[in-house]
Design a protein around this ligand. Structure first.
Ligand SMILES: Nc1nc2c(ncn2[C@@H]2O[C@H](COP(=O)(O)OP(=O)(O)OP(=O)(O)O)[C@@H](O)[C@H]2O)c(=O)[nH]1
Ligand SMILES: [Zn+2]
Length: 186
């Protein structure tokens, strides 16, 4: 990441809004923002499926695995302000092929750390699981608050956006889907 370029750009923005980038309180701001961007955009060229490359075999387990309430912070690609919330990830292993539970949370971090859309974030999680685990089914539900809808523009604090991605058994079998949704809501 070109942090010097970010610093120059932040100075330009400060000037453009009528601030004085040389006043004491703002002197270190470009450096801080560059460090922050390095952190919150650290996954721009990463493949989230790489996070899932730890597998275990649990023969016979072809039942739901669900990790819910995984918190995330991402950045709306239209306004570069945060959207944040929780992701819930469920899958049904094929032939007992499972991954580490923390790896599911890592996938969420990876898809969140770049300028993003909630819909794409959701789909990227689904596709990472499909690619690495080839499970019998995947369900991903993401609920988030978008600061671009609360602190500016339409200004609707508290409004939440829910997106979902379902594949395999969760798509074809209403009972399987209902069980997962019930557990996510529980
Ligand atoms: N579908 C989708 N839209 C998003 C997401 N994040 C922000 N948006 C929307 O992106 C849209 C951009 O609309 P524009 O009309 O181009 O931009 P704007 O003039 O700033 O729009 P307002 O937010 O309505 O003031 C807005 O409706 C945002 O609410 C997201 O993750 N998914
Ligand atoms: Zn936005």
């Amino acid at each position: 990441m070109d942090k010097e370029k970010i610093e120059r750009a932040v100075r330009d923005i400060l000037e453009a809004i009528g601030e004085d980038p040389k006043r004491e309180g703002l002197l270190d701001t470009p450096r801080r923002v560059a460090n922050m961007y390095e952190e919150i955009f650290s996954a721009i060229n990463k493949d989230p499926s790489d996070d899932l490359q730890v597998f275990f075999e649990q023969a016979g387990h072809e039942e739901l695995v669900l990790v819910k309430d995984i918190p995330f912070y991402s950045c709306c690609e239209h306004h570069l302000v945060p959207f944040f919330g929780k992701a819930h990830i469920g899958y049904i292993p094929r032939n007992g092929k499972i991954t580490g539970l923390s790896k599911l949370a890592r996938v969420v971090d990876t898809v969140a750390k770049k300028p993003q859309l909630q819909e794409r974030l959701t789909t990227e999680i689904v596709e990472a699981l499909e690619k690495q685990l080839n499970p019998l089914g995947v369900i991903v539900v993401v609920e988030a608050e978008h600061m671009c809808m609360t602190m500016r523009g339409i200004k609707k604090p508290g409004s939440r956006t829910i997106t979902s991605g379902v594949r395999g058994a969760f798509q074809s079998d209403a009972k399987v889907r209902a069980e997962a949704l019930q557990l996510i809501k529980f």
